[in-house]
Design a protein around this ligand. Structure first.
Ligand code: ACO
Ligand code: OAA
Length: 377
């Protein structure tokens, strides 16, 4: 059938909506949240909470606005008992992203604002999601290890709270600072696949929890957020820096993709990788475990040289999280506990300026088939 518009595989470079939230400059390698360069946010010492406020409201919070917002997150981390019971009922070897996806959906059933679609109610829902996603991830991790979930401590930042809820101990100053930066760097990225998925769901005027459930399912895939876990699996499989180059050469010869490299939009260095490379090195040195960073550098140089591909956000986050002692299967859920900020910003924007998202497919199937009743076939 004649196409009415031009088909672009994977919607490459197709502009699907306007947005004020985030600008990805693929040519120059810049990432801007609401007009602020991520380098300035990171180097200026912004908190993750401050960046969430910025993404949602389009302006930096005043001191008192930030205090109120940080408190709203910190005091709402506890999960409803029913959701904790759900986590206790899940198979212990379940995939952590599948558990997160199902638990987010479950959580929506208990939200006190369920059914209220006002802007204020949706901001309250988004605040609870930001507060409670880390509790889902850390509680399930403890439950699967036969441990009890930890009561959240409202005096802790989002970055510190993640480690406290996971291990019952506050992280070092370095780990809190580096993790806060990682949360900022992963917060938003324009119309990436999971955010698009959230916007498609919100575009039908479905609710916030449905949109976020769609997004979590989309983030899980190894071509998107799931790549950070695959990077670590690759490093562990190679295990020896002296074997890294040959391993990558063989993988490329077999037409395999090297996880943590390449990007749909960036044609130069992913600006997030610039920070994560540095933090991975520091985290490795502090943990007395420089092997994974060194191996990552060898791989990066070889992939750049042989394929011209740059490391993306998922490459150095893997060795950084590993050096912080975080289990590999939590890397993608950690991506989600940051990206919930961007997903919800986009859902709010979609509601503000909604039109159903419904593209076309170019029909390439059969035509003019003649129906023959079943008894005559
Ligand atoms: C948070 C994020 O989502 S960041 C991305 C995380 N994903 C990954 O790291 C997975 C590995 N990377 C990839 O699969 C891709 O680069 C993607 C999915 C990120 C982008 O994909 P696309 O824009 O569709 O590019 P596509 O897959 O068509 O690649 C274009 C060419 O580069 C090659 N290429 C792209 N990425 C890689 C890679 N990581 N390793 C090897 N070759 C690659 C492809 O094989 C293809 O080569 P060809 O033209 O000779 O067939
Ligand atoms: O923008 C993309 O396609 C993927 C990405 O880097 C992200 O979601 O952070």
């Amino acid at each position: 059938m004649a196409a009415e518009t031009t088909f672009k595989a994977g919607l490459e470079d197709v502009v699907a909506n306007t947005s004020e939230i985030c600008f990805v400059d693929g040519k120059e390698g810049r990432l801007i949240y609401q007009g602020y360069d991520i380098h300035d946010l990171v180097n200026g010492g912004a908190s993750f909470e401050e960046v969430i406020f910025l993404l949602w409201h389009g302006k930096l919070p005043s001191k008192s606005e930030l205090e109120t917002f940080t408190k709203a997150i910190a005091t709402q981390r506890e999960l409803p008992e029913a959701v904790l019971n759900f986590l206790r009922s899940v198979p212990k070897d379940a995939n952590a992203m599948e558990v997160l996806r199902t638990a987010v959906s479950d959580l929506g059933l208990y939200d006190p604002d369920n059914g209220d679609e006002s802007l204020e109610a949706n901001i309250r829902k988004a605040t609870r999601l930001v507060a409670q996603l880390p509790t889902i991830v850390t509680s399930f991790e403890r439950i699967r290890q036969g441990l009890e979930p930890i009561q959240p401590d409202a005096s802790l930042s989002s970055a510190a709270s993640f480690f406290y809820q996971l291990r019952g101990e506050k992280p070092s100053e370095f780990v809190e600072r580096a993790f806060n930066i990682a949360l900022i760097l992963h917060a938003d990225h324009e119309l990436n696949a999971s955010t698009f998925s959230a916007r498609v769901t919100a575009g039908t005027l479905s609710d916030m929890y449905s949109a976020i459930t769609s997004a979590v399912g989309t983030l899980k895939g190894p071509l998107h957020g799931g790549a950070n876990e695959q990077v670590m699996k690759m490093l562990l499989e190679i295990d020896d820096e002296s074997k890294a180059q040959q391993w990558i050469a063989d993988a490329l010869a077999n037409k395999r993709k090297i996880m943590g490299f390449g990007h749909r939009v960036y044609r130069t260095e992913d600006p997030r990788a610039t920070h994560l490379r540095k933090l991975s090195k520091e985290a490795g040195e502090l943990a007395g475990q420089t092997k994974w960073f060194n191996m990552s550098q060898t791989i990066e140089a070889y992939v750049k040289d042989s394929k011209g591909l740059n490391a993306n956000v998922d490459f150095y986050s893997a060795s950084m999280y590993y050096a912080m002692g975080i289990p590999t299967h939590l890397f993608t859920p950690i991506f989600a506990i940051s990206r919930i900020s961007g997903w919800s910003a986009h859902v709010l924007e979609q509601y503000r300026n909604n039109r159903l998202i419904r593209p076309r497919a170019e029909y390439v199937g059969k035509v003019d088939q003649k129906y023959i009743p079943v008894n005559e076939r």
